[in-house]
Write a protein that binds this ligand. Sequence first.
Ligand code: SAH
Ligand code: SF4
Length: 373
Amino acid sequence: MAINLLDLDAASLTAFLAGHGQKPFRARQLLRWMHRFGQSDFDAMTDLARSLREKLHEIALVRPPTVVADRLSDDGTRKFLFDVGGGNAVESVFIPEDDRGTLCISTQAGCALDCSFCSTGKQGFNRNLTVAEIIGQLWQAGHALGAYQCGTTQTPERLISNVVLMGMGEPLANLDNTVMALRLMLDDNAYGLSRRRVTVSTSGLVPAMDRLRDECPVALAVSLHAPNDGLRDELVPINRKYPLSQLLAACRRYLDKAPRDFVTFEYVMLDGVNDSDAQAHELLALTRDVPCKFNLIPFNPFPGSPYRRSPQLRIRRFAEILLAAGVVTTTRKTRGDDIDAACGQLAGQVLDRTQRTSRRSFAIHLQAGEAGR
Ligand code: SAH
Ligand code: SF4
């Protein structure tokens, strides 16, 4: 069976080509054609020897996931829906801002971790995305945004300057494929993004955080959501396995090698659940020893969810308490809600193998760009 070259990072592409008697520079050429120029046709890769092009036709292909929907919001936010086979679909969202363009991508079809406020979690888990399906979201968004058009001065990394792994799924539960896709994002022959501009968001898989630190440290966002184990056990069930003391220790270890000198803590604002003044103070005490910033996310309700969004004034008051203690705190803006692309509104489609729900859910959450700052 032909191999999909979008599944390979530089090291594995070099090894693959070596197996066919090719020198390492051929891998660099191929990476550039595929990722810098968005080329999928071997015949157009004019500096490859004709014999190699013929060989590639036999043994390989370049196949990104198919875009099945592409919607543009009034505020410029653009949402892509990808068919990943077997009745499953995942989404990416491009969020343009004055000084950056952020692409939010998915790493799994569904999620097994079942956080109580998350509609992806409520959909259950179907499967991990492949490297080609993860990096293919950048490839396809680059095409749709015109980054690869002939004569354009906009290279993919200029248009998509930041990537956040905050769409569907838990990136660290699909660590091998996520790391390979991250390496392609950072590779100068592929997307050439700086480590500071690529952010992985995790609900707190402690051993995988250590592996990410050792294998490919990029900016880190951690979904905290609660100031103590009792409440976090309820909201983020993986906390029962890796409680806060272990999670915060892993954050400190991560910072030894991280490209930024802080961790971003995400905190979804749930009315009457985790948003009191006392909980803000508890949060400050909890995170005292971790250099961090906070990103407050107003909860986005979905059908059947038991929570409400905290009122705006409450969110402001909560932020003020953190700010008064000297902790940089931002509140996420809702973008793209007219095309259901805001946090909690993204429409993936997952056939639930875990049978968590009998219905198919059409909503997932999404993060805007703050974490990538
Ligand atoms: N699995 C990873 C990354 C994807 S979730 C993680 O949990 O960090 C990205 C962010 O969206 C997380 O901080 C998550 O807690 C948040 N989120 C999930 N559901 C949400 C909702 N309904 N409203 C607002 N934010 C939500
Ligand atoms: Fe999974 Fe993240 Fe949703 Fe939790 S918040 S269920 S880890 S996608």
